[in-house]
Design a protein around this ligand. Structure first.
Ligand SMILES: N=c1c2ncn([C@@H]3O[C@H](COP(=O)(O)OP(=O)(O)OP(=O)(O)O)[C@@H](O)[C@H]3O)c2ncn1[C@@H]1O[C@H](COP(=O)(O)O)[C@@H](O)[C@H]1O
Length: 111
């Protein structure tokens, strides 16, 4: 896993209230204190903002907002993973499991 993701996952974990996270000082601890609905709402917002940034980038040619919004989306997804005691490595493991398996073949195998 990338060292950046590993460090960020560790910081997020440290912000859990059970690990001493303080909602008065930490944005992540505040999200954990608010619970599932607040975390999931942020993911919905950031996903929508990512889509809008990508649509805008097609018109303006400026891709910087796509990166910015996608980073927000990844970050909040990492908070959600931690909320469920999952890690970015778990997601990478799932992607590795799918490696080489065509999405078209996988879909056909479900029918
Ligand atoms: N990567 C991030 C990160 N990306 C985005 N954000 C915050 O996520 C929020 C994004 O919400 P919006 O863009 O919708 O802005 P907003 O309107 O201010 O947000 P809301 O009031 O609606 O929640 C902002 O408050 C951003 O500052 C982040 N906050 C923290 N991190 C990382 O998490 C670490 C721990 O943060 P704290 O727990 O705050 O110490 C930090 O050191 C960073 O590495």
């Amino acid at each position: 896993m990338s060292e950046t993701l590993k460090r960020l996952a560790a910081v997020i974990e440290s912000r859990k209230l059970a690990n001493g996270g303080d909602p008065d000082k930490s944005y992540v601890a505040r999200l954990f204190a608010k619970g599932d609905d607040a975390i999931l709402k942020k993911i919905g917002e950031e996903a929508t903002e990512t889509v809008m940034a990508a649509k805008d980038a097609r018109v303006s040619g400026d891709k910087s907002k796509v990166l910015y919004e996608c980073a927000d989306l990844w970050f909040h997804s990492m908070v959600m993973l931690a909320q469920f005691d999952l890690t970015p490595q778990d997601v990478l493991d799932e992607l590795a499991r799918r490696e080489g398996l065509s999405g078209i073949e996988e879909k056909a195998s479900r029918q």
